[in-house]
Design a protein around this ligand. Structure first.
Ligand SMILES: Cc1ncc(COP(=O)(O)O)c(C=O)c1O
Length: 400
């Protein structure tokens, strides 16, 4: 196999412009302008406007929840969640998640306790949580990763048995279901992200879902420095208000959720089919949910079988204009400021360490066509076949 065919050695890249990772849904320009014309006609930008109200009602109906409280982004949503539940001391969460999950705790004066994850599902390791619970722990933050779920029922049993609270960072899991119950209905509350990398996009945005009226009232009060009309007993307020522009985009995205989900599912199946014969590339499939949004194409690289390390493959694909990401990297216990406390985690998170070194994401979503998936998979097969030559040519260079 000839290595000259690859862009890293000077060939023309497979794609002429960079392919991003993430959903990146855009409505048609006509729908966008119609929707935004309404905002201009009403002359109403923010402060719980008519579009934000409409979005909240539609989300409550779509998810079957009592309260969908829309906010600026999920990081703020997670901070508001911790504040509204009056958490104290320590909160257990997986080490394999986005840094915002832990930072939301740090911002609210809480200490994260990192738990390892399951090596196959990549979700929090249920059997390791009990050993981390002591009298200083007030809650578990489950993280529903990659359009799958971390088993909220088992986590709920665990939280009840220890008398602690439970909530979920569901940034990746909008629209997913477990036996016909939509995520959003589990624990004390769940927080979705409407960042453009996710299937429901508000050009930044989020909603916090809860079925608890008291928590709903507290969240509405914390969301706005102006309070929520019926002030409840909360000490700290903030500004997490969603703007009308964000709500307009989210409403269009919600309308298109069914077709975007179908596209994702189809592309996911194509990747599974085309990568099946490529040794060492193992796609992570949703197993806990009965319905997935399939918004992420996550793949575990077995370096021995594939022939190249994850980081070397990433360099090759970058040269081909495929912006694959090593999401999440590093594990939270290696992330500032938590790395300073690394001695608390002496070799305790081997699965997280392994996933951080071998997980990669490929493009899927609204901007990705069937042909794009075929070209990416074909390229991956060619890279695998040429891996011995590639490795020897890159030895001694700056490539990882
Ligand atoms: C697991 C997880 N939680 C929280 C967030 C933060 O979401 P947002 O960008 O809406 O603040 C992200 C963002 O990527 C995430 O991946």
């Amino acid at each position: 196999m000839n290595s000259e065919n690859f862009a890293i050695f000077g060939a023309i890249p497979e794609f002429d412009k960079p392919l991003p990772i993430g959903q990146h849904y855009f409505p048609s320009w006509e729908r966008y302008t119609t929707s935004f014309r309404g905002i201009f006609e009403r002359q109403y930008y923010t402060n719980q406007g008519p579009l934000t109200d409409e979005l909240e009602k539609k989300l409550e109906a779509f998810l079957g929840v009592e309260h969908a409280i829309c906010v600026t982004n999920a990081t703020i949503g997670l901070m508001m969640a911790a504040e509204s539940m009056e958490l104290s001391g320590k909160v257990i969460l997986p080490a394999f998640t986005f840094v915002a999950s832990a930072q939301s705790l740090t911002w609210t004066g809480l200490d994260p306790v990192f738990c390892d994850v399951d090596p196959v599902t990549q979700q929090i390791a249920l059997d390791q949580i009990g050993a981390l619970i002591d009298e200083g722990v007030s809650a578990i933050m489950g993280v529903n990763l990659w359009g799958d779920s971390c088993n909220p029922k088992a986590l709920s049993d665990l939280a009840v048995s220890y008398g602690i609270q439970l909530y979920f960072d569901s940034a990746h899991a909008f629209g997913c279901k477990i036996s016909d119950t939509s995520l959003g209905n589990f624990g004390d509350m769940e927080i979705f992200s409407f960042h453009s990398t996710n299937i429901l996009n508000a050009m930044e945005g989020s909603c916090i879902c809860t079925n608890n009226d008291d928590l709903g009232a507290r969240l509405r009060n914390i969301r706005s420095s102006y309070g929520a009309g019926h002030p409840v007993d909360v000490v700290r307020t903030s500004n997490g208000r969603m703007s009308e522009a964000q709500a307009a985009m989210a409403l269009m995205s919600l309308e298109d959720f069914p077709s975007n989900q179908k596209t994702n599912e189809y592309l996911h199946q194509l990747y599974e089919k085309y990568l099946e014969p490529v040794p060492g590339l193992n796609i992570v499939k949703p197993t806990e949910v009965s319905f997935s949004n399939y918004q992420s194409l996550v793949c575990l690289i077995d370096e021995q079988e594939f022939g190249l390390s994850r980081d070397l493959l990433r360099e090759l694909l970058k040269a081909e204009n495929i912006n694959v990401q090593r999401y999440f990297y590093p594990g939270l216990h290696h992330h500032p400021p938590y790395v300073q406390n690394l001695s608390h985690y002496p070799d305790r998170l081997p699965n997280t360490n392994h996933l951080c070194a071998s997980t990669i994401q490929f493009p899927i979503g609204a901007l990705v066509s069937v042909q794009t998936v075929e070209r990416i998979c074909n390229l991956l097969l060619r890279i695998h076949q040429a891996s011995p030559v590639i490795r020897s040519r890159l030895q001694g260079t700056n490539c990882p």
